[in-house]
Design a protein around this ligand. Structure first.
Ligand SMILES: *Cc1c(COP(=O)(O)O)cnc(C)c1O
Length: 406
């Protein structure tokens, strides 16, 4: 299979022509909605011989194309197509590949909006789905309906428990069933830490809003894979219209140039933070695939070059005590999202499941004392000192519901 290691050289130079307009070192932003033809002959040539050129902004843009080529290079893919958000990449891909009567198998811990799209939107158009528990490969294979199942959708690592999907096992299952393809949402890993296409996965998606953009200043999405498949998805983008704006594409290209530096730093800090939290008396459980204690550790070691920048953990307290800890942090700010240079921290019970009761949250595995820490590129020592100070804000007399349960 020839697995590579992605390096900073690809992040800086990958997918770009060496010679650029006006001898500039950067690729220009092509801010144009349409493209003009010299004369009718050129127009005829374009339609008859499909000469490579842009025609209209919904079908392509040279700045966006550079971002696509760079992302394809990083993920060892033949081609890639960008969108205005991660969700646009996912929904357009699924609408391009599926039709009435098809069936999808999806791991139950996929991104909440992806699950919503599959189980409620696609269901309205006659596409059925089966959700299987993460890590249960027997259930996943048993859910495949011969002739109907077209796609296995999984994510790795996942939010918030950082479950790791064993790519080798998923690909082996795919190979036993004709007509089935695998799509992996690799957002949490980035192409620096994991390149699923090198393991035989058909399609890889990223929310480029996270690590790839890396600066919390843009929304974008991408899907990478074989050129024929990506071409069909690109055609469908022309129908649905979820294009990436060239200005955001420029920021994305610029962000990717430092991807390797940022992700390596985030990997290192996250591992140090996870190890530090694991020995802290006010911390109940730490979820990080780089820890030997994590159930996905061995799979992560086999298929990843680093374990990512998100660490989740249970504070030994209740909802209020956990909120007091979060409010006492002075470096990470409270917000959804991840992967940017600024650290973000959140209590999933409140950020994502505010409308549910404690009992309803427990039923879907979200504890009130769960914290998701999306690490930025601040100094590791500063972040750990901040956590140490903030943990002093946790009232000492309240034990966590998770600890009482054990
Ligand atoms: C954020 C995210 C998405 C959605 O991406 P947007 O860019 O916000 O549309 C999809 N999958 C995962 C794993 C994400 O973290």
């Amino acid at each position: 299979m020839g697995r590579s290691t992605v390096n900073g050289t690809k992040a800086v130079h990958g997918g770009e022509p060496r010679a650029k307009a006006h001898d500039a070192i950067t690729h220009p932003i092509s801010a144009t909605a349409t493209y003009v033809f010299r004369d009718t002959d050129e127009l005829r040539d374009h339609f008859e011989h499909r000469i490579e050129r842009e025609e209209y902004g919904r079908y392509g843009n040279p700045t966006v194309r550079i971002a696509e080529q760079k992302l394809a290079a990083l993920d060892s893919a033949e081609d890639a197509v960008c969108f205005g958000s991660g969700m646009s990449a996912i929904t357009t891909t699924l609408l391009a590949m599926l039709r009435q009567g098809h069936h999808v198998v999806m791991t139950a811990d996929c991104y909440r909006r992806t699950r919503q799209f599959v189980t409620s939107v696609l269901a309205r158009f006659g596409v059925e789905s089966t959700l299987v528990p993460p890590g249960d490969y027997e259930a996943l294979e048993a859910a495949i309906q011969p002739g109907r199942t077209r796609l296995i959708i999984a994510e790795s690592p996942t939010n918030p428990y950082l479950h790791v999907a064993d790519l080798e096992r998923l690909v082996a299952i795919r190979d036993r069933h004709r007509g089935v393809k695998i799509m992996i949402d690799s957002t949490f890993a980035t192409p620096i830490n994991q390149r699923p296409i090198e393991w035989g996965v058909d399609l890889v998606t990223h929310s480029c809003t996270k690590y790839l953009g890396g600066h919390n200043d843009l929304l974008a999405g991408v899907v990478c894979g074989k050129a024929s498949l990506i071409g069909a998805i690109r055609d469908f983008r022309g129908v649905l219209g979820g294009v990436l704006d060239p200005h955001a594409a420029y920021l994305l290209i610029r962000g990717i140039k430092t991807l390797e530096l940022r992700v390596k730093r985030q990997n290192e800090t996250a591992l140090a933070v996870a190890r530090w939290l694991e020995q802290h008396p006010r911390i109940d459980t730490v979820y990080y695939p780089g820890l030997e204690s994590h159930p996905g550790h061995l799979a992560a070691r086999a298929q990843m070059d680093g374990f990512g920048g998100v660490v989740s953990f249970l504070v030994d307290s209740d909802e209020e005590g956990t909120a007091a800890f979060i409010d006492a942090c002075t470096i990470p700010q409270i917000g959804p999202s991840l992967g940017g240079v600024e650290s973000l921290i959140e209590q999933p019970a409140l950020m994502s499941f505010y409308e549910l009761t404690t009992e309803q949250r427990q039923a879907i595995g979200i504890h009130d004392n769960l914290v998701r820490f999306a690490i930025g590129i601040e100094d590791t020592d500063d972040l750990i000192q901040d956590l140490e100070r903030a943990l002093e804000a946790v009232p000492a007399n309240i034990a966590s519901p998770t600890r009482q349960a054990r």
